[in-house]
Ligand binder design. Structure first.
Ligand SMILES: [Zn+2]
Ligand SMILES: [Zn+2]
Ligand SMILES: [Zn+2]
Length: 125
C-alpha cells in the first residue's frame, strides 16, 4: 500500500477519494475484479470515476489486467502472475507466471495476458 501511495505521490497524483476507495478494494480482494465488481463495492463513487481511476492505475502500471468474457479484470501488480477463474461462480486464484520474455527486436513494452478458466471444487460438488 505504501509503495503505491509513494508512486502516486512521486508522479504528482493526489490520493483523491475515488482513488483511495478503488485502491482499498484492490488491496483487500486479491481476485481479478471487473469495473462492475469494484463499483458494486463502493456505491459512493460513480462508475465513470471508477473507470477513470482504473485507467490511471493502468497507465502507471499499478494494476495487472486480464480479459475474461470480454471484460477487463483488474488486480494490483505484485509478482508476475495470472488468474484461474471459475466459470460458474467467478472464484479466482493466483497462478505464478513462469513465462520468460524473449528479446523482441521489433517491439517495446511487451506484455502478455493469460486467463485460465475451470470449475472450482465448490461448484463441482
Ligand atoms: Zn492478480
Ligand atoms: Zn465455482
Ligand atoms: Zn505469464
Amino acid at each position: 500500500m505504501k509503495d503505491i501511495l509513494e508512486q502516486l505521490k512521486n508522479k504528482g497524483y493526489k490520493l483523491t477519494q475515488p482513488r483511495e476507495k478503488v485502491l482499498g478494494i484492490l488491496l483487500h480482494n486479491h481476485t481479478a475484479l471487473s469495473v462492475q465488481d469494484i463499483h458494486k463495492k463502493i456505491d459512493s463513487v460513480d462508475k465513470a470515476s471508477v473507470y477513470r481511476v482504473l485507467n490511471l492505475f493502468e497507465e502507471l502500471g499499478l494494476v495487472n489486467i486480464e480479459n475474461f468474457n470480454n471484460e477487463k479484470l483488474y488486480c494490483l501488480t505484485r509478482d508476475p502472475h495470472h488468474h484461474i477463474i471459475c466459470k460458474k461462480c467467478g472464484y479466482s486464484e493466483e497462478v505464478p507466471c513462469t513465462y520468460e520474455h524473449h528479446d523482441f527486436n521489433n517491439f517495446d513494452n511487451v506484455q502478455h495476458q493469460m486467463t485460465l478458466t475451470g470449475v472450482c471444487n465448490n461448484c463441482n460438488k
